[in-house]
Design a protein around this ligand. Structure first.
Ligand code: AMP
Ligand code: MG
Length: 463
């Protein structure tokens, strides 16, 4: 039995193995990250004015980005299973799509040279071309072929007049009114979607529905993708109870493992839920070691704040190259970041704060991008932001980035506006649940006055 299995058996809070995604057929799998050679201190030394006690969000993001290295492990999966996975190799088209010139409309295929400026022309209909059933005969200049959308263009024909533009239509002939079409109209060219030998999709792309369709149009059944990132997580804090346990006085149910589960699943990670870990050195050490030996990244919540009277920070520091920050952000000030090692294996560590909203905000704005980078995704640019009017004032202090929970809607005039959800306390998870966006108030910014524009990042989009 491997360590992870042993751990899962001994920890009733943890998920059953059945709850984890079954791994796809593995081609190559190092089971290990390709850790950065540099020490965290080397990466940090590149930054001027580094102050771990007051670190701007952008600096924390930059350090994380420079320290993280992508995994290198490729597996082949069936086309449908490639949805939302990271493409591991460039895909070059081996065929032209479409393979022939074909019609974009239902109508009549004709010679563009037959069209005469300012004149109607009469054409004889000599046959029919259907999608998948070409017209094999010759077509003279005074002739045309009835053609359906997607049918191969008959030899020498380069133009299609849509059926509804013709006049005097009969089985034997049509009239093409003057100026109804130009030579070359309504014809899709061979290779216009993709030319044989040209790159169709680049390595690192997260495959979306359109990409699956594109790959299908190339006839590719198996897709090389990066193996899923393995992320282990656990909660720390003696006050935490798992669902199903009695809620003793002063205790709270552990919600962070469920928000983390949701966010990690959405990113397409394999997750190892290690439950609540008791605040004693032996339990914490065992949990960190198990996580490290079985995952590429570890996410913990709780125990990293200034006054934390627990062993979490101590154990993180003992097992690895970990730094502790107070980030200029709200919510989510305290955070630990680095890399820990156990029995020759290494894993990146994100020690998130304990407050439920702070966990989500630090995950979205500090861990998410790093995990995408580890997954080998190329599009890890900042998320698109909208500039939207805030009809109300929002309290904000310069010197920290604030992530307020917002509801984007339309006012009576149909204009988009954003309002903050009720209480913005970092423990008020309802504010996150009610929101449909985050309002990001920049580091330097002060109070928002009614009518000011603010930056908004949407939770949902077309995917
Ligand atoms: P800490 O960062 O450990 O000081 O925790 C800050 C606050 O978040 C405390 O009120 C904790 O009870 C709460 N908290 C920590 N972990 C969790 C969790 N997993 N689920 C819900 N609340 C939590
Ligand atoms: Mg705690």
């Amino acid at each position: 039995m491997n360590l992870r299995a042993a751990y899962l058996l001994n920890n009733t809070n943890a998920l059953d193995d059945d709850d984890l995604d079954a791994p796809d057929h593995a081609m190559t799998d190092t089971n290990q990250i390709n850790p950065s050679a540099a020490a965290l201190s080397d990466v940090i030394s590149c930054l001027s004015d580094y102050d771990p006690e007051a670190l701007p969000v952008e600096d924390a993001q930059a350090i994380i980005r420079r320290f993280i290295r992508p995994i290198h492990a490729v597996e082949k999966v069936a086309l449908r299973s490639a949805l939302d996975r990271v493409l591991a190799e460039d895909i070059v088209s081996t065929i032209n799509v479409p393979s022939h010139d074909n019609s974009a409309m239902d109508g009549y295929a004709l010679h563009g040279t037959a069209l005469k400026a300012g004149q109607d022309i009469a054409l004889k209909v000599v046959g029919t071309a259907l999608a998948g059933r070409a017209y094999a005969g010759a077509v003279a200049e005074n002739e045309c072929v009835r053609i359906m959308t997607g049918a191969v263009m008959p030899a020498a024909c380069d133009t299609v007049i849509p059926q509804e533009f013709t006049r005097d239509e009969s089985e034997s002939g049509i009239t093409v009114p003057a100026g109804a079409v130009k030579a070359g109209d309504n014809r899709r060219l061979q290779g216009e979607d993709l030319k044989a030998g040209t790159p169709a999709l680049g390595k690192g792309k997260i495959l979306k529905p359109a990409d699956l369709g594109l790959l299908a149009s190339l006839g590719i059944a198996e897709i090389p993708v990066q193996r899923r990132l393995r992320v282990a997580f656990f909660s720390t804090g003696d006050e935490l109870r798992s669902i199903g346990e009695v809620l003793d006085e002063g205790c709270v149910y552990d919600s962070n493992r469920y928000t983390l589960y949701g966010m990690l699943r959405r990113l397409g990670c394999d997750i190892i839920d290690m439950g609540v870990v008791k605040d004693d050195p032996a339990s914490l050490e065992a949990a960190f070691r198990t996580a490290c030996e079985n995952a590429d990244a570890i996410i913990t919540s709780g125990g990293v704040s200034v006054g934390a009277a627990d062993y979490t920070k101590q154990m993180m520091a003992q097992l690895g190259d970990v730094t502790f920050w107070k980030i200029g952000m709200r919510p989510g000030r305290p955070m630990a970041f680095g890399k820990i090692a156990s029995n020759g294996k290494q894993a990146y560590l994100f020690g998130l704060p304990g407050n439920p909203v702070a966990v989500m905000v630090t995950f979205y704005f500090l861990a998410r991008q790093a995990l995408l980078h580890m997954m080998g995704a190329s599009a890890v640019e900042p998320l698109p932001m909208l500039r939207v009017v805030s009809p109300t004032a929002i309290r904000k202090r310069p010197g920290r980035t604030e992530y307020q929970r917002g509801i984007l809607s339309r006012n009576g005039d149909g204009v988009q506006e954003v309002r903050i959800t009720g209480s913005q306390g970092s423990g008020v998870l309802r504010s996150m649940s009610e929101a449909n966006c985050m309002v990001v108030l920049e580091h330097e910014r002060g109070e928002v006055k009614p009518g000011d524009l603010v930056n908004v990042i949407l939770f949902e989009g077309l995917v």
